[in-house]
Design a protein around this ligand. Structure first.
Ligand SMILES: C[S@@+](CC[C@H](N)C(=O)[O-])C[C@H]1O[C@@H](n2cnc3c(N)ncnc32)[C@H](O)[C@@H]1O
Length: 271
């Protein structure tokens, strides 16, 4: 099912209607309006690593969460130990739409839009901005944000009605919204830079070097690139694909394109 998640915040949870007076659920309800949900241990781990402000974090299995930190994230173990409050499982489950296997949930303050826009436009960019033109699928958007974070892209911009901070997108992005810039803009407001728009009718990507200051634009799952985006494009670029295959999945296309950029010399150093 298509779910564009327009304008949604973390107003989740079967118990979100009754507000307790004190304790962790009270803190949760105090912060929920201005925060995004971090659903599960890994989302919280990533958000902390990349400097998110996390005013409240709960779990129904604190020992289990700290054991996971010992094993997978010793760098944020101390921060987690200071943040995580244990609550009964029913309390935890009342705060989230669907309990996560790690029984961890937290709220993080959404970064300022002004700072995000400034970072997107600040020259010279050392890595591309990924533009998703009217994406429809929340899972695709999350997967793209995770890719952008991994490749050290400057940011991800969406056009259209999908909210790139919708809880389902944040879940799909594994908390990596805090490792890059994520904003929604009109095509006319895109940051400066040459637009390389991905389209099966374009020029073969294998003959091109994608510059660090590029905007790499991808069309919607249903209808491809919009008229506005095509009008702003400097280059149409195709990914190799044998005849009779219509197109690749959106997130897969972003992965190939960022990999191609990185193979030309960009992207973070390997440890
Ligand atoms: C699922 S496809 C869109 C398919 C859509 N039905 C259409 O008419 O274009 C989503 C986006 O992925 C990118 N994409 C998919 N396959 C591609 C290819 N072979 N070359 C370049 N871009 C591709 C394009 O940006 C495309 O708009």
């Amino acid at each position: 099912m298509t779910d564009s998640g327009s304008g949604s915040g973390p107003g989740f949870g079967p118990g979100s209607g009754s507000v307790p007076a004190s304790g962790p659920p009270a803190a949760w309800h105090r912060h929920v309006g201005r925060c995004v949900l971090l659903d599960g241990f890994h989302a919280l781990k990533h958000a902390l690593r990349f400097g998110a402000e996390v005013p409240v974090a709960v779990t129904s299995d604190r020992a289990g969460a700290l054991a996971l930190a010992d094993e997978l994230a010793p760098d944020v173990r101390e921060a987690l130990a200071g943040l995580l409050t244990e609550v009964p499982h029913a309390t935890y489950a009342s705060l989230v739409a669907r309990p996560h296997p790690t029984a961890v949930a937290a709220l993080a303050v959404r970064p300022s839009r002004a700072a995000g826009l400034e970072a997107l436009a600040r020259p010279p960019r050392s890595a591309p901005v990924v533009v998703l033109d009217q994406p429809r699928n929340l899972g695709n958007a999350g997967a793209v944000i995770r890719l952008a974070a991994g490749f050290g892209a400057t940011g991800v911009v969406t056009t259209g009605t999908l909210d790139p901070w919708h809880p389902t997108v944040v879940r799909g992005g594994a908390g990596l919204h805090f490792a890059t810039v994520v904003e929604r803009l009109e095509v006319a407001e895109l940051p400066p830079g040459p637009v390389f728009a991905l389209d099966p009718e374009g020029e073969d990507i294998r003959g091109l070097k994608l510059p660090d200051e590029a905007l790499l634009a991808f069309g919607s799952e249903r209808s491809g690139l919009s008229r506005e985006l095509r009008a702003r494009a400097d280059h149409l670029v195709a990914l190799p694909m044998r005849p009779q295959v219509s197109s690749y999945n959106l997130a897969t296309s972003v992965a190939m394109t960022l990999y191609h950029w990185s193979a030309g010399g960009g992207a973070p150093q390997m440890p």
